[in-house]
Design a protein around this ligand. Sequence first.
Ligand SMILES: Nc1nc2c(ncn2[C@@H]2O[C@H](COP(=O)(O)OP(=O)(O)OP(=O)(O)O)[C@@H](O)[C@H]2O)c(=O)[nH]1
Ligand SMILES: Nc1nc2c(ncn2[C@@H]2O[C@H](COP(=O)(O)OP(=O)(O)OP(=O)(O)O)[C@@H](O)[C@H]2O)c(=O)[nH]1
Ligand SMILES: [Mg+2]
Ligand SMILES: [Mg+2]
Lengths: 292, 281
Amino acid sequence: KISEKINSSFKKLRGNAVISENNVLDALKEIRLSLLEADVNYKVVKELIDTIKEKAIGSEVLKSVSPTEQFIKIFNDELSKVLGGSTTDLNLKVKPPATILIIGLQGSGKTTSSAKLGKFLKEKSKRNPSLCSVDIYRPAAIKQLEILCGQAKLNFIQNDNDKILDICRNAKEKAYNVGSDTLIIDTAGRLQIDEEMLNELKSIKNEIEIHETLLVIDSMIGQEAINVAKNFNDEIGIDGLVLTKLDGDARGGAALSAKYVTGKPIKLFGSGEGLDMLEIFHPERMASRILG
Amino acid sequence: LKQSVKIDENTIELIEEALIMSDVSVQTTQILIENIKKRVKNEKFENEATENFFLDLISDEVEKILKRDDLELNLNPHRLSVILISGVNGSGKTTTVGKLSGLLRKISDKRIMLVAADTFRAAAIDQLKVWSERSNVSFFSNDQKDPASVVYSALDDAIRQNIEILIIDTAGRLANNSNLMSEIKKIEDIVIKKTNSLPQETLLVLDGTSGQNALSQIEKFKEVITLTGVVITKLDSSSKAGFAISASRDFDLPIKFIGVGEKLEDLVPFDPSEFSRALFK
Ligand SMILES: Nc1nc2c(ncn2[C@@H]2O[C@H](COP(=O)(O)OP(=O)(O)OP(=O)(O)O)[C@@H](O)[C@H]2O)c(=O)[nH]1
Ligand SMILES: Nc1nc2c(ncn2[C@@H]2O[C@H](COP(=O)(O)OP(=O)(O)OP(=O)(O)O)[C@@H](O)[C@H]2O)c(=O)[nH]1
Ligand SMILES: [Mg+2]
Ligand SMILES: [Mg+2]
């Protein structure tokens, strides 16, 4: 644990009134190591350490806590601030059906999260969602969403052809006609460097009124989290992030990188495969997990 | 007189940045940098001491670590070969099974069967069935909810049909889920029981975009099943999968294939030289 590693470098701090630069040099090394091992992006770690050490140095050593605890608390608080600080609400107060677009890399958890989100909105926000899929590529992708909707008792809209924009328009219309106030569109996994697939998303956003675009990110993603998040945000525009598979033991530093580079809030996270395992994001808990 | 090249702090930092951002572990990065420092001390380099010069030296060393004589797929020439596929959720197992069967179908005339042992996830069986049609190989699934029972019945069927290569697709499972980890151990046990041997290959499919958790996955899967190799998928992404170095060095596992796309032909045998060149591009 990071506190144990920092404790030894702070043994020398006992009896000091103020945390000085020399005291913290070793502790900062440990924090840096810990953040890199947690998959926080190299450049983000650099900027965060520089910023936060300014706050730590010169702060009075409080009588009530050990210097280690205080130092870690400063970091925890600052990381929580980076991770949190903005609303996790979805932009749903619009003319129905409020339309949510789910995007992300292959295998990140979009289809599962789409169904989970439908269930979440139905049960927690008393909404009446419909779901559709424009993943016309992956074998049995549409069937996968259909089955999940069946399990969660959500309205699933069948495609009547395989043209992405027709599917979306048809779904909007069908959702409206059955009185759905929300439409969730599950998309195919794609690389943030795949121009053709980015253009597909751009055309959806150009032709179809999308009110909320959520980028789904696997919590075990590595250093490229920053480029994935940045590119999707710059090219497509996202309103929020969903972090999945947090029931695993990945430290999830990607969350920090993605939030840091896009400024977009992490709204929800997946804590298991079950359709009820989608929760509102907690910045403080994520900060301690990343810090170790 | 050859001028010995010096390596300054700034260059070390640039090298470290290049390694870390390729998802090489902190520990392996430190080791590789230490080795470079030793070489700079002991050898007389004529070239310019640029960061790229040192990264080329590191690529050479990485290639040596990754080059092994067990990179080939082990198949039994005289009887049924079983290939067990494992890995965490969404890593690319089902797609890899599909691609692998296509590859084996293309390069050999062996009778191949795919086993849909993911009885849990929605449309998992349907997904694998489509792949079996794409590569034109046999397919086995049944209504059993217990994956080990599916594998048991599949082995009966495979033996009856004189199948030569059986590839078992399993459900994604996070490595810290003890129930699911014992489930895959049970599947391995069933193969041992029915064939009197471990699977010829037990491959861990790792998502190429993952960070350091890939190493924890190898460690935990290795605790329950006898891994013979690793497949790294999604290397057509912007990720470099630097964790592969630790996979080879610390876990002594060969990387047998890499996935470079979503189509049938997008599975290629691992090339240590190409991989180490590409690490810092
Ligand atoms: N343990 C766990 N598994 C999850 C979570 N979210 C998704 N999964 C699993 O991750 C795997 C991939 O999920 P999908 O929903 O198919 O991912 P996707 O992004 O739609 O994949 P593509 O459409 O192929 O890009 C499945 O096995 C899911 O059950 C989570 O929060 N925890
Ligand atoms: N770009 C790219 N995508 C890949 C590659 N391999 C698999 N995929 C995609 O990754 C996603 C997940 O692949 P699956 O084969 O369903 O993964 P899985 O491990 O079987 O998933 P679960 O069974 O849900 O755990 C799909 O969209 C695949 O097309 C690859 O090498 N490159
Ligand atoms: Mg999907
Ligand atoms: Mg699968």
